[in-house]
Ligand binder design. Structure first.
Ligand code: UGA
Length: 438
């Protein structure tokens, strides 16, 4: 099947490589020429494990190509996926400018019947708008608009895309539905559950799914605050909650809050959408407030430990919003850095993948390629991202390097006993605080 992909970011590039892998002919494009030329050189342009290999497999097989324009991508295609960004704009609603531009370009370029798929996360009602734009741009063409939200996670996007937990298709016509079944036939045949519904339901489902996942994170972070106050351990509480299949253990790791481009954006966009339909949904705003509180709780903790922050050197271990990515959008580590810098501290950071991106976001942040050099003279180490390499830290070496022996483990990752054995005061998240110095 001939497939066009418009937008070669996290979702578009992974989808394009996946569709080529399962046997389709894929032509992908992006309005950003620099990004396209990087991709053409065989590089994804962002860190995502396994993606480069999958792209190379696709281009080597001849089934995956990158073209300069929407017109080239769409010519002869049976299905066109819109995978462009939908960033938040003032007020929190998603900006759908790129979606509109893509729909217009696809409408103008289409030469025969075309199924147009919204894969970007968009608010309910977008498909209707797209249909209007498409038919205005290509009045003689038969368009079928479909919603097919993506559920992949950064850091494991390739695995999620090749073996999705489910495929969601919202369609209003048999033509749209049949085309999508053909796109995903190898996965459906392999037993991946297929959920077919109408367009609005698919659109709402994606927002509801992300809002609920974010709610779980904020819930456990709020529970963590209570645990700290009463001497309980949130890790065991999460284990107990997770042992009930009605709750599930996933997304219940307490920490310094959720980041990434999706949760914040989608919570805000869902809130805006609900409000625009006359339904006030304050729970969504509370999820964001609690997330902000998770960062502030660490600032309070550090201030309590260090007494005065002015002039103190603080090392952040991990800057990406989660391990397995170089993405720092809404990264709690950077929010923490900004707040501590505001209070007069000198912030140093190290991340296995996200150093450059973090520096671009927070220029005052000193970047170090070496954790032990970064720790020299530090008054506190704060673990912000649970990269595997941080589980092998040499606390004896760190103890020699630092000025004051404080560790705040923002992801409950480190070996508390090993840190304490070398003389560190160790503070986790949602764990008894009775060992804090006063
Ligand atoms: C999220 C969803 O999980 C995907 O299903 C969805 O497709 C994607 O958004 C999207 O809409 O594109 P992602 O943002 O890549 O995926 O990452 P998650 O693994 O969900 O983590 C989000 C944030 O929550 C991270 O900052 C992570 O550190 C934090 N988190 C996650 C916790 O603090 N605790 C947890 O238990 C789990």
């Amino acid at each position: 099947m001939r497939i066009a992909i418009v937008g070669a970011g996290h979702v578009g590039l992974v989808s394009a490589a996946t569709f080529a892998h399962i046997g389709h002919d894929v032509l992908a494009t992006d309005s950003d020429e620099t990004k396209l030329s990087v991709i053409r050189s065989g590089v994804a342009g962002f860190y995502e494990p396994g993606l480069q290999e999958l792209m190379l497999e696709g281009t080597a097989s001849g089934r995956l190509s990158f073209v300069d324009s929407v017109a080239e991508a769409v010519a002869g295609a049976a299905v066109a996926f819109i995978c462009v960004g939908t960033p938040p704009r003032g007020g929190g609603a998603a900006s759908l400018v790129a979606v509109e531009q893509s729909a217009r370009a696809i409408g103008q370029a289409a030469t025969g019947p075309l199924v147009v798929v919204e894969k970007s996360t968009v608010p309910a009602g977008t498909a209707e708008r797209m249909r209007t734009i498409l038919t205005r741009a290509g009045p003689d063409i038969e368009f079928h608009v479909v919603s097919n939200p993506e559920f992949l996670r950064e850091g494991s996007a390739v695995a999620d895309s090749l073996r999705p937990e489910r495929i969601l298709i919202g369609a209003e016509s048999d033509e749209g539905l049949l085309a999508m079944r053909e796109v995903y036939a190898p996965m459906i045949d392999a037993g991946v559950p297929l959920i077919e519904t109408n367009v609005a339901t698919a659109e709402v489902s994606k927002h509801a799914a992300n809002a609920f996942l974010a709610l779980k994170v904020s819930f456990i972070n709020a529970v963590a605050r209570v645990c700290e106050n009463v001497g309980a351990d949130v890790r065991d509480v999460a284990g107990l909650l997770g042992s009930d299949p009605r709750i599930g253990r996933a997304m219940l790791d307490a920490g310094i809050g959720f980041g990434g481009s999706c949760f914040h954006k989608d919570l805000q966009a869902f809130d805006q959408l609900a409000g625009s339909t006359g339904y006030d949904f304050p729970l969504l705003r509370e999820v964001i407030r609690l997330n902000d509180q998770s960062v502030e709780a660490v600032v309070d903790r550090v201030e309590h430990l260090l007494w005065n922050l002015e002039g103190k050197r603080i090392l952040l271990l991990g800057l990406a919003f989660k391990p397995g990515t170089d993405d720092v959008r809404f990264a709690p580590a950077l929010e923490l850095a900004r707040r501590l810098i505001e209070r007069g501290a000198h912030l140093v950071g190290h991340d296995p993948q996200a150093n450059a991106a973090a520096k671009a976001e927070v220029p005052e942040l000193e970047i170090t390629d070496d954790v032990y050099r970064g720790a020299e003279g530090a008054s506190c180490l704060i673990l912000c991202t649970e990269w595997e390499e941080f589980t092998h830290l040499d606390f004896a070496r760190l103890r020699v390097a630092v000025q004051d022996p404080y560790i705040v483990d923002g992801r409950n990752l480190l070996d508390e006993g090993a840190a304490r054995a070398e003389g560190f005061t160790y503070v986790g998240i949602g764990r008894p605080l009775d060992l804090l110095p006063r």
